[in-house]
Design a protein around this ligand. Structure first.
Ligand code: LLP
Length: 471
């Protein structure tokens, strides 16, 4: 990644001037590719985008911009499809990874659709419990769970706590013993596989903060210690190899390693690994050219891989579990921004890049600045037949790295007051939002059958000032 302390470099403009292909027609420029946009997204007779039958202009007027708009039916369908696909290949439970985006309504929707909830902090646990998610359908993660978080999880009767360290073994056992319960746990195993999109790296060792490594024997040692503690019940192993993964290759190497650990645990300790949780990481399309494996194919391939590995090792196939986050919420929402300043900037050789400033930025979507993420963006409040112009959609923060979409072709007549929509922003955008420059964080609404429901209201300046005791 090209980065300097104030964000990605911004001086190498000519070399990446046309990093994305120029649309060949106005129709292409206005088109909403079903690969990227929520399933109900369409342009109405006035050319404005509707999500769940709600015109984004009306939603923007009512809730302000920036605004996250979820297609509720799309969100539900994704949750349902993941449950069906993975239960179909032997999953006991599919947990929604709440870190991607969580509100009480989201927790209710995913549990309605038959998912559990994976929480990674006491805060996420509190939201899931407030939503009424039954304790046994919650799984808790964390490489540094506080004693208070562990106690809250034990008290809520969470179905699984994932042991991430030897400290966790002692702390969870103590909390359960004090509460007079037996807590079910998984051991998070790090297998030396890191996967992103089509690439994965497999190493012999692990150098990271999560989990207990296979190569050092730490994972098996944790199992040994857990087996001696009457307040803990070891249910199985956990492995998570990365995020935004497009194919099953990385899962294949990880499954081979984790199944061989399960075989050794059986052989040497006589303990059967009943459950194998293979984490999340299933990728989504941010651009039309992205080609993640379809949910059913990915599930089938992973199920097949684990089945073959177990047969090869001569152990019974464990029940499976998964934790998709991005793939459930990511594609189901868009961000609506209002255009403010439009500034053509002359580059070398007569090239022009138009900087389109919107009323949010890195405070509602840090992913472009942080990961060089790419997004699809269109003019949302109308259609236009103006020539495509190469634009950079930027925010309103005091940093040159405050970029929402690095390279985007937008109509040449774009002007202040137009609305833009950025696709696939349901995951890791609002959940990673900040108040940088004291911007209030945006509202999140869900649209369905022409009606909106508020998932989160927009912050006000009073909300921000409330934390300041001098105010
Ligand atoms: N399970 C575990 C143990 C995880 O650490 C994660 C994500 C998931 C499940 C869900 O992964 P997903 O299906 O959403 O890929 N902020 C980054 C992503 C960080 C993912 C962290 N762990 C981003 O915006 O791309």
């Amino acid at each position: 990644m090209r980065a300097h302390p104030a964000g990605p470099l911004h001086a190498d403009v000519v070399s990446d001037h046309a990093a994305v292909a120029r649309p060949t027609s106005a129709e292409e420029l206005n088109r909403l590719s079903p690969a990227v946009w929520p399933s109900s997204a369409r342009r109405n007779s006035e050319g404005a985008i509707e999500i769940g039958g709600v015109d984004v202009r009306d939603a923007a007027a009512e809730f302000g911009t920036p605004l996250f708009v979820f297609d509720e039916d799309d969100l539900r369908a994704r949750a349902r499809n993941y449950r069906e696909a993975y239960v179909g290949v032997g999953a006991r439970l599919v947990y929604y990874a709440a870190k991607a985006f969580l509100t009480t309504a989201v927790a209710r929707i995913v549990t309605d659709e038959g998912l559990g909830v994976d929480v990674a902090s006491g805060g996420e646990l509190a939201v899931a419990l407030r939503a009424g998610v039954p304790g046994e359908r919650i799984l808790m993660h964390g490489n540094n769970k506080s004693m208070a978080e562990i106690e809250a999880a034990v008290e809520a009767g969470v179905g699984r706590i994932v042991v991430d360290s030897f400290d966790d073994v002692v702390r969870i056992a103590d909390a359960a013993a004090r509460a007079g319960v037996v807590q079910s746990v998984l051991v998070r195993v790090t297998v030396g596989v890191e996967a992103h999109t089509h690439e994965f790296i497999a190493t012999a060792h692990e150098d990271q903060k999560f989990g207990l490594s296979v190569s050092s024997g730490a994972a098996e040692e944790a199992v040994r210690r857990i087996a001696k503690l009457p307040s803990l019940d070891l249910r199985g192993l956990h492995s998570h190899i990365g995020s935004q993964i497009f194919d099953a290759a990385g899962f294949e190497v990880a499954a081979a390693r984790v199944v061989s650990v399960a075989q050794r645990i059986w052989d040497e300790q006589g303990i059967e690994v009943e459950e194998l949780n293979l984490g999340g990481g299933m990728g989504i399309a941010y651009l039309e050219s992205d080609d993640p494996l379809d949910v059913v194919d990915m599930a089938a391939q992973i199920g097949d891989i684990v089945g073959k590995q177990c047969a090869a090792e001569g152990i019974p196939m464990p029940a499976l579990a998964f934790e998709p986050g991005r793939a459930i919420v990511g594609p189901a929402a868009v961000t609506v921004y209002e255009v403010g300043t439009v500034k053509p900037v002359e580059l070398d050789r007569g090239l022009v890049r138009t900087y389109v400033s919107v009323d949010g930025g890195m405070s509602d979507n840090i992913r472009t600045a942080l990961y060089d993420a790419e997004y699809s963006v269109v003019l949302a409040s109308r259609e236009s037949s103006a020539d495509p112009t190469l634009c950079r959609v930027v925010g309103k923060h005091c940093e040159s790295g405050d970029i929402v979409v690095r390279d985007a072709w937008l109509p040449g007549d774009l002007a202040a007051g137009d609305l833009l929509a950025v696709a696939a922003t349901g995951a890791y955008c609002r959940s990673m939002a900040s108040n940088y420059n004291y911007l209030p964080r945006p509202a999140v609404v869900a649209a369905r059958d022409g009606q909106t429901t508020v998932f989160l209201r927009r912050e006000t300046l009073d909300d921000l000032l409330r934390l300041d005791p001098g105010a």
